[in-house]
Design a protein around this ligand. Sequence first.
Ligand SMILES: [Zn+2]
Ligand SMILES: [Zn+2]
Length: 405
Amino acid sequence: MCELLNQAAASASATGRSGPSERSGPSRRGVLGGIGTALLGGGIAMTAGMPGAQAAPRPGARHRTRLVLLGTGGGPIVLSGDRMGISTAVVYKNNVYVVDLGHGATVQLLRSGLLGDPSAPANVRGIFFTHMHSDHTVEWPSLYTTAHINLLRARSGEPFRVFGPGDRPVPPRTFPPDRPAPGPVNPDGPISGISAMTGYLKQAFAADFEDRIRDANMTHPDKLFETHDIDISRYWTVDAPGIPPRLPAGTRIPVWRDGDVTVTATLVDHRPTAPAFAFRFDTPDGSVVVSGDTAPSQNLIDLAQGADYLVHEVIDPKYVDELAATLPPEIREPARQHLLASHTTIEQVGRDVAERAGARNLVLTHLVPMNNPVSRWRAAQRGYSGKLIVGQDLMQLGVGTHRVR
Ligand SMILES: [Zn+2]
Ligand SMILES: [Zn+2]
């Protein structure tokens, strides 16, 4: 979510236009409604979405493939304690694949049982970043520096795989367009993708690493992690506008094949932020597609064809209107359009995206504002013939019918 929105959101909260007092967060009824949807929907392994829950109970029977919503709040502004920052996991057997690490993701991994323990090992295999916005990466420093103790895993000796955007070759265009371009933030280095960011983290935490490597025999972070910039050179050279090309139908950018799990991606439209990815996970039990941040995207609709679960971002256009109203009149409408051009509204996500993808289940996440009542999000059902699920933190959804003990 762009900075303009954050400033406006802060302003709106300060003036009481849309602060927590007016949007009191998911009501108990709303929360229970969300859980009820999950429990009644079939294919549910376990739900532990009660806000404030200290830990998710262990399910008795589990689906072999599960979708786990770790955090469902969108944007860097924290408006509610009931939703942590955006983070989503796909689990196959004991193998865990995490998309994005927003505020609180490490604690949410613990609460969901996905950090593992000696009696129920979980094995985080891969971490996937959709784009470099801070609300999707802010917990990466936490996991990067404490993975040696927090990511208990089978001792395969393999490094954790990390995937995300490469360095951006040119900065995004300015907004409004006639504003003079500011100077670079990092003049001596790149506009960091995931590998460059991780390199900077290694430098920033060198004192901690040196202590632990020398004094506590910690594994060197270069051996613990294998970081990959996803190669998009065949498809696009990112430019200042950051509007991705329409990829030929059927294009799936290869990311990783890990045994039975295949991970592919496409380019989505989060202009001017680029590249921005959606990811698709295919296991023997079915498929899960995670949208990342995007406006309605034909590339995403292609990637999500026939998916069991489409996990998609959503923004409330009424909230955008409220935010725009706090801005100076001359930029009010351009700013509104700018915000709506890089996100997907409640009205669009079911009718224009999930329906056209033929996704069996649409799971709303990255909810902006995160303190909207659940009933407001249910309007996304209009024009969508599949099953709508309003995401709640720690909700777990089974994929397919295969269960493991
Ligand atoms: Zn974003
Ligand atoms: Zn975001």
